[in-house]
Design a protein around this ligand. Structure first.
Ligand code: PEP
Ligand code: MG
Length: 556
């Protein structure tokens, strides 16, 4: 029977498909003793699990081909290493369960690898993955990480970390549903980047049985479990009609009376560029460069690797504007070589610009790489720092840019309320502002953006957040500077109109949202947007603000 669940819709569209769960990290199996007569059976289970995992890795390698095949075959060989299997059997013979024997034998092998020089140490993660697969199989729990599936599916996860993102195949993930996360969590950002529908903050999602059919509406936040044929047809028809209407809206961003609001794309690297170009992005408003760093949390990517990635992005927008944000590590995006391990409160600790100022060589390499990448290109390069708190931060960043000989505009993200309140003083040091409304909401409401339970406070319609946007935009206008929005607030079509009314000068968002925002802006004049903004600011809650803005714009 069809049932309906409701979370927070964060990425438009409809996804209908079977549920697959993201496997959680493998827990350490309990160290319980088995009686001697069970040893043979446990050894048989262990051998079977090893064989099955090796066969699965080989099969996936065959399917993938190329470099991935070599990696997967090497993993299959690790699983079948005769010495490792002999060690597992020895441990079982003296009382370990199969899963505990595998776990301990791999731990011993892991220590050997980790101390055996750089190349072998680099294989530790592959070995851990093999161990996790064997242990998961023995425990009868889903494989850790992204589901192994050849068929498209709706991904269910507790939450998704940026590091998971590299592993997702957009051709297979129809949509996401997460238990945790709010509208500005990385799950939401990732869903928009992939252009797939998503719902977050749905506490019961983890209980949906593997293989259940669901229909996800990423706009309303509704999930229909076991939808009827009629429901599926109705949702598919509505989605198709919406796509057709959006395809009809093209050209640069502007209100109906021609007030220009450039629509820019948020990207994580060169792989996101084609979707941005296809959506008609007028440039890049936020290049989250930390995605280049997440492959290896122990070392920064080389200058050469960075130059190549930056150049690919810059070349894609020859005449356009490209705003690159320097590395924003820490808090939910920790990097071993930068982020202190023992912070009691990482979101309030050494993250963003703070960690770069503590590691000036990392910032210098990044700025030099940007400078080299932009050489000879007509692009309008702009470089900005995350987590700027005050004028001293802005000055330190601008000084570092100048010292690296960078020919670009330097800017500051407004993500901390102090930066919004003192925007004019920050603009004494840098040339533009970009509002990171995700973190700005997090710090204004003391509401962790990762925690679904406080998603109400992460709602970018909160009038207090709108006030801080207005204060920043007014300061920028008084100084003759630009003030864009690159947080997720920009991707909400109705809110985009309100932000325009508040004086924001550009809107940057995941490529998939651009047509929705373009179509909404084109419906209203600047004066209507201003009236909607004033009505929203006069309210006391996010819901009232949304309703008030809607009422003004629809002429009620
Ligand atoms: C923001 O905080 O709004 C922002 C754009 O940065 P990120 O989401 O990457 O922290
Ligand atoms: Mg941020």
């Amino acid at each position: 029977m069809e049932t309906t669940l409701r979370g927070v819709g964060v990425s438009h569209g409809v996804a209908i498909g079977e549920v697959r769960h993201m496997g959680t990290a493998v827990l350490e199996p309990p160290a319980k003793q088995i009686p001697p007569q069970d040893a043979e059976r446990e050894q048989g289970r262990a051998r079977q699990a090893v064989e099955a995992v090796a066969a699965d890795l080989m099969a996936r390698g065959n399917l993938a081909g190329g470099e991935a095949q070599a990696v997967l075959e090497a993993q299959a060989m690790m699983a079948q290493d005769p010495e490792l299997i002999a060690d597992v059997e020895r441990r079982i013979a003296v009382g370990s369960t199969a899963e505990r024997g595998v776990y301990d034998a791999f731990a011993a092998y892991r220590a050997l690898l980790a101390n055996a020089g750089e190349y072998l140490a680099g294989r530790v993660a592959d070995l851990d993955d093999v161990r996790n697969r064997i242990v998961a199989r023995l425990l009868g729990v889903p494989m850790p990480g992204v589901p192994d599936s050849d068929e498209p599916y709706v991904l269910i996860a507790r939450d998704l970390a940026p590091a998971d993102t590299a592993l997702l195949d957009p051709a297979l993930v129809l949509g996401f549903v997460t238990e945790e996360g709010g509208p500005t969590s990385h799950s939401a950002i990732l869903a928009r980047a992939l252009g797939v529908p998503a719902v977050v903050a749905l506490p019961g999602a983890g209980e949906l049985a593997e293989g259940t059919t669901v229909a996800v509406d990423g706009s309303t936040g509704e999930i229909f479990v076991d939808p009827s044929a009629g429901k599926k047809a109705e949702m598919e028809a509505a989605a198709a009609a919406r796509r057709a209407a959006l395809a009809a809206s093209t050209g640069p961003g502007a209100t109906s009376d021609g007030h220009r609001v450039p629509l820019l794309a948020n990207i994580g690297g060169p792989a996101d560029v084609p979707a941005a170009v296809e959506a008609g992005a007028e440039g890049v408003g936020l290049f989250r460069t930390e995605f280049l760093f997440l492959d290896d949390s122990r070392n920064a990517p080389s200058r050469e690797k960075q130059v190549e990635a930056y150049r690919q992005v810059l070349e894609a927008f020859p005449e356009g504007r490209v705003v690159v944000r320097v590395l924003d590590a820490g808090a939910d995006k920790p990097l071993d070589f930068l982020t202190p391990a023992d912070e009691p409160n990482p979101a309030l600790g050494v993250r963003g610009l703070r960690s770069l100022l503590d590691h000036p060589e990392v910032l210098r390499t990044q700025l030099t790489a940007l400078s080299e990448a932009s050489e000879g290109l007509p692009v309008h390069l702009e470089v900005m720092a995350p987590m700027v708190a005050d004028r001293a931060d802005a000055k330190a960043f601008a000084d570092a840019c100048r010292a690296a000989g960078l020919r670009a505009k330097f800017g500051a993200m407004v993500e901390i309320p102090s930066a919004a309140l003192r925007a004019r003083s920050i603009l004494r040091e840098v040339e533009f502002l970009s509002l990171g409304t995700n973190d700005l909401a997090q710090y204004t409401f003391a509401a962790d953006r990762q925690v679904g339970a406080v998603s109400r406070l992460q709602d970018p319609w909160q009038p207090a957040l709108l006030d801080l946007v207005a204060v920043s935009a007014e300061a920028a206008s008084a100084e003759g500077r630009s003030c864009g929005v690159c947080g997720e607030a920009a991707s909400d079509p109705l809110l985009a109109c309100v932000l325009t009314g508040l004086g924001v000068t550009s809107l940057s968002m995941g490529a998939a949202s651009i047509p929705y925002v373009r179509a909404a802006l084109a419906k209203y004049t600047l004066a209507q947007c201003r009236r909607a903004a004033a009505a929203a600011r006069a309210c006391d809650s996010a819901e009232e603000a949304r309703t008030a803005a809607q009422a003004v714009l629809s002429g009620e």
